[in-house]
Design a protein around this ligand. Structure first.
Ligand SMILES: [Cu+2]
Length: 428
């Protein structure tokens, strides 16, 4: 309460409306990740906040312009832009907090509906064929949702989330919303083992929560977005999931859950999928203006038979207003079908599975800053590791890729102290 009031005062001098703002159980608004996920309180995402009448507004997003190059026979290069913006508006309603939110992306235009080059990536389709060695673009309507939270006592609240396009209670925070990956524009290779349901056309989630825990259940559309990226897909609630989240302190967040996805893949329309995931996030402030965030994720998919596993660890350190270092390591099991490798006589068995790994390291340097935004220049290098069976297809056992980028995002109001005390960031 006090924090929000101070914040509103910093944004709009004399504003007192924020005092009417209810955050049920005193949970800071910045804990909200993608969908209904939580991130550690200590490492919020950069955003701008303000009041409009009785509405509390929050805007955030990222715009990259990147040159992406992926080596080897299955590689490609592209000059494009990855981007998303999110607007949240919240207000008091009937003793609780009501929120409308939307997240939009122009990726389908700026990296094309074929997506961007990314070795060993798989998932979704383009012109009726499975996408491989590229990451599909995100849909324009990444999220359009309403949420209502109501405290029933000082220790217990109820939440309801409904979205024609949104994220069910399944998986970790979607990668673009993780403080540990905010400057890492490449999607994880384990996206479709972990957080790919973050765009689902039809989601209803109900939850109960305390000040530091939450249990949620969702009914949602298990079908992946189709390759038409601008409109809404047909809304369905044919799948379900459940998730437990615990934020034991400001620095930690743990989540685990399970989901059943009915017929996720349009190209394999009779196959359903079970998914289990668990994730751990750690975050702490560095100095006055910096932060360091790390995420560990396990995700498994099961069609029938055994689970196919993926593990990811990633970290991002914003040292100060100039220097950011980030990286990711992951290992995931993909089939010859996932990677669209030649199958049949002389080729692989469709179910043959390969363990692939990827390590990426990136550095970003802030170049210019306004009161509201900051512009950075960055570089990222990726080294993959494939089994010898894939050497012929990829031209090497260690195919490489990378990205050069310019990135615009809201100026670090990362830490409330610097926002309230030193607008514009006086350090350095
Ligand atoms: Cu995605």
């Amino acid at each position: 309460m006090r924090f929000l009031a101070l914040l509103a005062t910093a944004v709009i001098p004399g504003a007192i409306q924020a005092q009417q703002m209810v955050t049920p159980l005193g949970i800071p608004m910045q804990r909200m990740g993608s969908g209904t996920t939580w991130i550690p309180d200590a490492t919020p995402l950069p955003s701008r906040q303000g009041m409009a009448g009785s509405w509390f507004l929050m805007v955030h997003g990222f715009g990259f312009v990147q040159y992406d190059a992926q080596g080897g026979a299955r590689g490609d290069e592209q000059l494009g832009s990855l981007n998303w913006a999110m607007l949240m508006a919240s207000r008091d309603l009937a003793g609780g907090r009501f929120q409308v939110r939307t997240m939009l992306s122009l990726d389908a235009a700026t990296v094309s509906t074929r997506g961007y080059p990314l070795l060993l990536q798989s998932g979704e389709s383009y012109r009726g064929q499975p996408i491989h060695d590229r990451q599909h673009p995100h849909d324009f309507w990444m999220e359009l949702a309403v949420m209502y939270e109501h405290a029933v006592s000082s220790k217990l609240g109820l939440a309801l989330y409904a979205a024609p396009s949104g994220e069910p209670a399944l998986g970790p925070v979607a990668f673009m919303h993780r403080p540990s990956a905010m400057d890492n524009a490449f999607a994880p290779l384990s996206h479709h083992w972990q957080d790919a349901t973050h765009i689902s056309f039809g989601v209803v989630t109900a939850g109960i929560f305390g000040p530091n825990w939450k249990i949620e259940g969702s009914a949602f559309n298990g079908r992946e977005p189709d390759e038409e990226r601008w409109g809404f897909d047909r809304l369905r609630l044919n799948s379900y999931s459940g998730r437990l989240t615990i934020n034991p302190s400001a620095r930690w967040s743990f989540a685990a859950g399970y989901g059943f996805l009915r017929n996720p893949d349009a190209l394999r329309p009779t196959e359903s999928l079970h998914r289990a995931t668990a994730s751990l996030q750690y975050g702490r402030q560095i100095g006055v203006d910096g932060q360091w965030a790390t995420t560990l994720v396990w995700g498994g998919n099961r069609h029938s038979g055994d689970y196919s596993h993926s593990v990811l660890v990633e970290s991002e350190a914003v040292f100060d207003h100039h220097n950011t270092l980030f990286g990711r390591f992951e290992v995931v099991h993909k089939t010859a079908e996932d990677l669209v490798l030649p199958t049949g006589p002389g080729g692989f068995a469709p179910e043959s599975t390969f363990r692939v790994a990827s390590l990426s390291i990136g550095y970003g340097r802030e170049l210019a800053r306004t009161r509201w935004s900051t512009l950075g220049l960055g570089v990222q290098a990726v080294v993959n590791r494939v089994p010898s069976a894939l050497e012929a297809s990829y031209g090497s056992r260690t195919p490489i890729g990378g990205m050069l980028f310019i990135r615009l995002r809201p100026f670090h109001s990362l830490h409330a102290k610097s926002e309230m005390g030193m607008p514009g960031g006086t350090a350095r």
